[in-house]
Design a protein around this ligand. Structure first.
Ligand SMILES: Nc1nc2c(ncn2[C@@H]2O[C@H](COP(=O)(O)OP(=O)(O)OP(=O)(O)O)[C@@H](O)[C@H]2O)c(=O)[nH]1
Ligand SMILES: [Mg+2]
Length: 254
């Protein structure tokens, strides 16, 4: 099965070369999606690509967010007929050597999630507060949207090309953690097979986090508004359905 790793980068000069080497050691093609990182990440990726082969760099003109980088990367990969598309962070939080296990699980699933919150999964180097926040966020989204996954915000994933197309990923609106949640929701609603594989998530190796309050807020608002919208839609449908039921019953008894 042909497989493309989509690697979004923004100011990852400290990690990008070693990450690319690790991914090429797994024998995988890589597309770096760089949003004009001022630290020279794209140039470094291009140099490494010339040395190792199997690496392309998609240079975008401005920082557009993680979700938008993935949407662009997926389109690039689907146009080139890749059958599996991988999401991974460029900071070694996701261990590239775990990818073999994820890809194996992807043989009979449309979506494989590298999960911190299934048995055997864990996070290393995170404060209790950050761990609690992440778990609570995942639980909130899973419960409200009936996602039936333990780790809805994980960004270490494998998608089948067919699954991505069925999910209509191009119209997903969120960008940060919300992107992962919204993609999981799309997969559920499209009736795709989702599998979770335990991973150990580690604190980023070099460089700085791009996580922000705005990203958390975006996810929280999206989940809450979507759940509320569905609740209202269901209540409205029930209200319309009830009088019809009554009239039908009325007709059969008369
Ligand atoms: N192309 C692109 N990549 C981005 C953007 N924002 C983040 N990334 C990349 O997406 C990946 C995840 O971002 P991180 O900053 O590690 O965010 P995080 O993993 O949620 O947060 P930490 O755990 O604190 O590192 C990294 O490879 C980033 O370089 C963006 O706007 N554009
Ligand atoms: Mg990270």
């Amino acid at each position: 099965v042909s497989c493309l790793v989509v690697l979004p980068t923004y100011n990852e000069i400290a990690n990008v070369e070693s990450m690319l080497r690790a991914l090429r050691a797994e024998g995988l093609d890589v597309l770096v999606v760089d949003d004009a990182s001022p630290d020279g990440t794209a140039e470094s990726a291009e140099v490494t690509g010339t040395q190792l082969g199997g690496i392309c760099v998609l240079r975008r003109s401005a920082k557009g967010g993680l979700g938008s980088a993935y949407r662009a990367g997926f389109s690039w990969g689907l146009d080139r007929e890749y059958e599996r598309l991988v999401e991974i962070d460029c900071d070694f939080s996701h261990d590239p050597s775990a990818l073999g296990g994820l890809l194996e699980a992807a043989l009979d699933a449309d979506v494989v999630i590298g999960s911190r919150y299934v048995t055997g999964g864990s996070t290393e180097g995170w404060s209790l507060r950050r761990r609690w926040l992440s778990r609570a966020g995942s639980l909130y989204a899973s419960t409200l949207l009936d996602l039936r996954v333990a780790d809805a915000t994980s960004g270490y994933r494998v998608y089948s090309a067919q699954g991505l197309r069925a999910m209509d990923y191009e119209t997903v609106g969120s960008d940060g953690y919300g992107f992962q949640i919204e993609m999981t929701d799309r997969a559920r609603r499209a009736g795709l097979v989702i599998r979770e594989v335990p991973i150990t998530f580690r604190e980023r190796r070099g460089g700085r986090s791009k996580m922000s309050g705005a990203i958390v807020k975006e996810a929280l608002i999206w989940v809450s508004a979507t759940a509320l919208g569905r609740l209202v839609a269901r209540a409205t449908r029930m209200k319309i359905a009830r009088p019809l039921d009554v009239s039908r019953r009325g007709r059969t008894t008369s």
